[in-house]
Structure formats: structure tokens, C-alpha cells
Ligand binder design. Structure first.
Ligand code: FES
Length: 368
């Protein structure tokens, strides 16, 4: 069977729209039998949804994490995929999702992508994992925790989540189900910033000071196999600094930052990128290569997109990682990177949407 094409879109039918809170919904998408292998995903991956506004408007792409558990390696691909969408004020796609999308609609959906993942098959049988999430950062972690606990009967998972109030907390029921199903292996701590809670935990933000006292009291920090941090930039950075101060190795920490705004992050126009020289890029995509000019200040992705409309991207802001490519030869410089881990950049991967040529000739490969 041919491998699914990186960045390919297919039309999927919406099977259900569930209201989770006043400002969030879950969309369940039906995957036809012939596409199930294409939509096979790892726990923690995301989908990019595409909408072309009516009357020739611009195309909008938004990335939403899959919250449903991942299929097992020896079973069939998923028949359904569920994603969580939080409404953002003025957000074009999230407003469309909340006000217009209904069961029976057909959406353009990219095959799963993302490297904020935990492969249960590769996890130690009695691995102890932990996650620190804020707001809609629960979405990929729900899939990670459910998939791990189902696949590994001795594994444990500790979830520390924060939100504003209980009413604004996404996937309350699904998380409560995990607690019921795995009472001795799933540990849950909820911190609400604007509401007192029954557990006795005082309200307030989940900042470094709070995490520094909370984490060692909850679990043996040094023995945790892997940490998953997901949420707004400030929370993820604070959690990362806390773990570092508690002696956790960087290699055990995985991060995914959610942008609170629903619009694409503004492109960085640093002095470096503005001065980025023109050059030529050779790009391999879906088995075919081409060589094209890169204009001054332009990203490698935009240069490729002018010639290959199927080049993979979603946010164009250095956040989602969809445009990841391997640098085969030449040198590039990235404006910013919130998506690739240090091991990936060390291995030669870059975000094409943030990369500019440093050498006159650059060769990149989207297929690796
Ligand atoms: S398109 Fe999202 S990181 Fe490049």
C-alpha cells in the first residue's frame, strides 16, 4: 500500500458536533474505509482543516489536535476522528466551526501530522508519564493518556491541568472517564484560576512557583519517563523552567504551544529575514523535485508554494510543524521555531515557513 502523502487533503464528513463548553465544541469526522490508513495517527497528532471563504475569499487553514485515542498498530485505521475547537474572539475558523459547521457538512482535512506524540508501543511497560496543560492544551494530551493507559496495563499517567473555571474546562467528562476507568494509574490535579474548588487547592495561576511546590508533592519527578507540556506560551515556558530547575533532563520534555489567537501568528520581519538574500531552492516533495528562485526576504516555503501548491503548511508562523523539511545541502536560517525539538534541528530539519537561504543554493526534502 502506498504511504499517505505528506500534507494531502481529503474531504471528510462531519458525523457530530458536540458542545463542550460555552466556547468550545468537538467535531467528529467520519473517515471512509479507503482512507483509514491515510488517517492513522499517533496519540498527540493534529489535523489541519481548510476553508476557502465564499466568493473568492482567501483560504484559511487551522490546526486542531485530535482528542480521540489512536488506533493500535495491528488494528485498522480510525473510522472516526475527533478534534476540539475553542472559540476565539474574532477567529475566522473557530467562529465558522461554532456557528456554521453541522453534522453532514463536508470539510477539507489534511492527513494527521505533528511530533508532539507518545507511541504507546515504544513506551516502557510500566512507564510513568506526566502532562502539564492549560486550557485547550488538554486536547492532544487526552488522546495521549487514553491511548497509553489502554495499551500499557502497568503504565501510569499524571495530568496537571489548569483552566479559568470548571464551566470553561474542555473535556471534563472524558477526563473523568479516565479517572473512573484507571483509578490507580491515572492521577488528576485541576487548578482553576478564577474559582475556588472542592479539592481544597486554592485558586490561582499555574505558575512556576506553584508548580515548584506542587510537582514534587505529587509524583517522583526524577523518575517520570516523559513530560508533555501543552498550552499557551507562558504556561509551557514556565513549566519547562520549573522542570529544568527540578533537574529533569531536556530530552524527557515534549512541548506544544497553542496560540491563543485564532489568526496565524504575524510573520517575523527580523532584520535578519528582511536582509535574507535571494537564492535558489531545490525542493523534493511527494517524490518529485524542482528548482526555483527565492526572492529577497521570502521564506523557502513561499518560494516553493509559488510553484507547488501542494507544499505542506498550516500556520506559517513556526508553531505547527507541518512544513518541516530536511536540509540536504546548503545553509538556511530560521526566524523562529516553536515546533521542532532540539534533536530535530540538530539532525538537519527546519521549518520551511521560517527559513531563508544563507547560501545561494539550498536543497530541502519535504518527504523525509
Ligand atoms: S506552517 Fe506551521 S510551522 Fe510552518
Amino acid at each position: 500500500m502506498a504511504a499517505p502523502r505528506h500534507g494531502a487533503f481529503h474531504p471528510l464528513t462531519v458525523a457530530e458536533v458536540d458542545r463542550l463548553t460555552d466556547d468550545s465544541v468537538a467535531l467528529t469526522l467520519r473517515v471512509p474505509e479507503e482512507l483509514r490508513e491515510d488517517y492513522r495517527h499517533a496519540p498527540g497528532q493534529h489535523l489541519t482543516l481548510r476553508r476557502t471563504a465564499p466568493e473568492g475569499g482567501v483560504e484559511v487553514r487551522r490546526t486542531y489536535s485530535i482528542c480521540s485515542p489512536a488506533p493500535t498498530a495491528d488494528g485498522p485505521g480510525p473510522a472516526h476522528l475527533r478534534v476540539g475547537v475553542r472559540l476565539v474572539e474574532g477567529g475566522e475558523f473557530s467562529t465558522f466551526a461554532h456557528k456554521e459547521i453541522a453534522a453532514g457538512d463536508v470539510l477539507d482535512v489534511m492527513v494527521p501530522a505533528g511530533r508532539f506524540v507518545l507511541d504507546p508501543a515504544a513506551a516502557p511497560a510500566s512507564g510513568h508519564y506526566a502532562a502539564i496543560v492549560g486550557g485547550s492544551g488538554i486536547t492532544p494530551v487526552l488522546s495521549i493518556a487514553a491511548s497509553l493507559l489502554a495499551a500499557r496495563p502497568d503504565a501510569r499517567f499524571c495530568l496537571v491541568r489548569s483552566d479559568r473555571t470548571a464551566a470553561s474546562t474542555m473535556f471534563l467528562e472524558e477526563v473523568a472517564d479516565l479517572k473512573d476507568r484507571y483509578p490507580s494509574r491515572f492521577q488528576l490535579v485541576t487548578v482553576l484560576s478564577r474559582e475556588e474548588q472542592e479539592s481544597g487547592l486554592p485558586s490561582g495561576r499555574l505558575d512556576e512557583e506553584r508548580l515548584t511546590s506542587l510537582l514534587p508533592a505529587l509524583l517522583p519527578v526524577a523518575e517520570v519517563t516523559g513530560w508533555f507540556l501543552c498550552g499557551p506560551y507562558g504556561l509551557v515556558q514556565g513549566a519547562e523552567r520549573t522542570l529544568h530547575a527540578l533537574g529533569v533532563s531536556r530530552t524527557r520534555v515534549h512541548e506544544e504551544i497553542f496560540h491563543v489567537e485564532d489568526t496565524s501568528p504575524a510573520p517575523v520581519r527580523s532584520a535578519a529575514s528582511a536582509a535574507a538574500a535571494a537564492g535558489r531552492v531545490t525542493a523534493r516533495l511527494d517524490g518529485r523535485s524542482g528548482t526555483w528562485p527565492v526572492q529577497e526576504g521570502e521564506s523557502l516555503l513561499d518560494a516553493v508554494l509559488r510553484n507547488r501548491a501542494d507544499a505542506p503548511y498550516a500556520c506559517k508562523g513556526g508553531v505547527c510543524g507541518t512544513c518541516r523539511a530536511f536540509v540536504v545541502s546548503g545553509e538556511v536560517r530560521m526566524d523562529r521555531n516553536f515546533a521542532l525539538e532540539a534533536e530535530e534541528t540538530d539532525a538537519g530539519f527546519v521549518l520551511a515557513c521560517q527559513s531563508h537561504p544563507v547560501t545561494e543554493e539550498v536543497e530541502i526534502d519535504f518527504d523525509r
